[in-house]
Design a protein around this ligand. Structure first.
Ligand code: FAD
Ligand code: NAI
Length: 475
């Protein structure tokens, strides 16, 4: 006998589990299926984000940042350390414990919200009366029928053609988070978000890190001024980033990897490393869904085609998160999950794709929301810009971290904030103020006139807003 549900969610990453919770809050009878296994074969809900993405990477970034702080900066505070060392196994163990806390937290939330969780792979069987039949296979084997189905199957690392991930020497994000000892030499292909974050972790712990990037510009999607400032900081830290390269043959043995490439000057080069992380983007996960059985429309990238409201070509079937168009970010997936559950309930769920913030958790952190200066120029929008350096911020000086700046872009005529860009300490937290301001369509003058606590990094945000009108107070 099949089990009947109002809503079946396939995938328990940030998109899926949040969609399930919101649907349950709205009174629906909800099932959520996820196949991820922990190392004991048990369920590990949370998807890429919890298991091999956002959470473990931030745990390692924190550990490595603490190490570098102790190695390079504690002495400035008069704190002496003898025999500083890093126990990589312990660091990885702590990261695993953080992941498990998150897995357990999601299982608890499923119980709390009376969501039926199924551990196994979900695949379409057929369209059924008033809905869809979905088979669960794996740890559990069941047949479910749902009036509505939300696909939230996420994405996986893209491999270079002919260079499969062995997770020993050629690593995806998964292997990159489980390296057992600090590699002497580490190579990365792709200086995108993963390249910079994972490169930072292992560089801070002593690896000699080289990043090979195909594009001639560094972080092309980031505001140019901010990207330049970030690059300066990474160069100073010794993170070697080679732009405009063409990667050729890659030979991997048990001992290491040899990467042949042509540099920006057209010269043939070889990079020999102990480990190579390939971080050249991600591909949507749809194999195993048996989408053909129901005629689900797929895009050229292997993504599921949806409209602005996450509707697929099939009535009652929705898709959200990394498996559809748009930025591959956990908070974007979550917002879509909430909006879809609300639409199923007949409400007007809403996601403002112009206000999805980005954060790169390097040191300095890079964060932005809205338009970059180069986008505004390309769109012919008349704008005013204001910047404020952390060098002139008292809290940043007290912290001992004065790299970077906050930058505001506001409409020349109306002063509405069009974009906010940051590189510097705690930019990941500071950007939230910009998101709130822009959601309320605030002007830079609004931020300039709001009282910000002293001394705080957020004063740099206020001062950058003041800078739009050329009236900074502390610079
Ligand atoms: P996923 O999290 O990928 O979850 C999909 C789930 O569906 C998985 O558990 C998968 O096993 C399951 N699944 C797939 N197919 C089936 C099936 N047929 N049946 C059952 N289950 C199935 N984003 C941020 O916003 N901030 C960050 O700091 C950040 N850091 C990242 C760091 C790294 C190293 C990586 C790789 C990614 C990072 N991301 C970050 C991106 C973020 O992880 C993704 O955008 C997010 O996880 C997407 O959520 P999702 O729910 O769409 O899919
Ligand atoms: P990415 O898209 O951020 O960067 C990939 C980089 O690889 C690009 O700069 C691209 O030009 C380069 N590249 C592609 N093919 C190449 C080749 N053959 N040779 C050399 N360079 C090549 O992808 P990444 O870093 O793999 O991350 C995937 C996604 O995961 C991100 O786009 C983001 O959506 C998400 N993520 C988010 C994080 C965050 O929010 N802090 C952290 C990590 C990942």
């Amino acid at each position: 006998m099949s089990k009947q549900f109002d809503v079946i969610v396939i995938g328990a990453g940030p998109g899926g589990y949040i969609a399930a919770i919101r649907a349950a809050q709205l009174g629906f009878n909800v099932a959520c299926i996820d196949e991820w296994k922990n190392d004991k074969g048990g369920p590990a809900p949370g998807g890429t984000c919890t298991n091999v993405g956002c959470i473990p990477s931030k745990a390692l970034l924190q550990s490595s940042e603490n190490y570098e702080e102790a190695a390079l900066h504690f002495a400035d505070h008069g704190i002496g350390i003898k025999g500083l060392s890093i126990d990589v196994a312990k660091m990885i163990g702590r990261k695993d414990a953080v992941v498990k806390q998150n897995n357990d937290g999601i299982l608890y939330l499923f119980k709390k919200n009376k969501i039926a969780f199924f551990h196994g792979r979900g695949s379409f069987v057929k369209a059924a009366e008033g809905g869809y039949e979905v088979a669960v296979t794996g740890t559990q084997n069941e047949t479910l029928v749902g009036k509505q189905v939300v696909i939230a199957t996420g994405s996986s690392a893209r491999a270079l053609p002919g260079v499969p991930f062995d997770e020993e020497v050629v690593l995806s994000n998964d292997g990159a988070l489980r390296v057992g000892a600090v590699p002497k030499k580490l190579g990365l292909i792709g200086s995108g978000v993963i390249g910079l974050e994972m490169g930072s972790v292992w560089r801070r712990l002593g690896a000699e890190v080289t990043v090979l990037e195909a594009l001639p510009t560094f972080l092309g999607a980031v505001d140019e001024q901010i990207a330049k400032e970030a690059k300066k900081a990474f160069d100073k830290q010794g993170l070697k980033i080679e732009l405009g390269v063409k990667v050729g043959d890659i030979k991997a043995t048990k001992k290491g990897v040899s990467v042949a490439y042509t540099n920006a000057k057209g010269e043939a080069q070889t990079l020999d490393v102990d480990k190579l992380i390939v971080s050249i983007g991600r591909v949507p996960n749809t194999t195993g869904l048996n989408a053909e059985a129901v005629g689900l429309k797929m895009g050229e990238r292997g993504d599921i085609v949806v409209d602005d409201e996450c509707r697929t070509n099939l009535p009652g079937v929705w898709a959200i998160g990394d498996v559809v168009r748009g930025p591959m970010l956990a908070h974007k997936a979550e917002e879509e999950g909430v909006a879809v559950a609300e639409r199923i309930a007949g409400q007007h769920g809403h996601v403002d794709f112009n206000l999805v913030p980005w954060v790169i958790y390097t040191s300095p952190e890079i964060a932005w929301v809205g338009k970059t200066e180069q986008q505004l120029k390309a769109d012919g929008v008349k704008y005013k810009a204001g910047t404020f350096p952390f060098l002139a911020n008292g809290r940043a000086r007290a912290l001992g971290d004065t790299t970077g700046m906050v930058k505001f872009l506001a409409d020349a005529a109306t002063d509405e904030i069009l974009g906010v860009h940051m590189v510097g300490p705690m930019a990941s937290e500071l950007i939230a103020e910009a998101c709130v301001a822009m959601a309320f369509r605030a002007s830079s003058e609004d931020i300039a006139r709001i009282c910000h606590a002293h001394p705080s990094l957020s004063e740099a945000t206020k001062e950058a807003a003041l800078a739009v009108d050329k009236r900074t107070l502390n610079f």
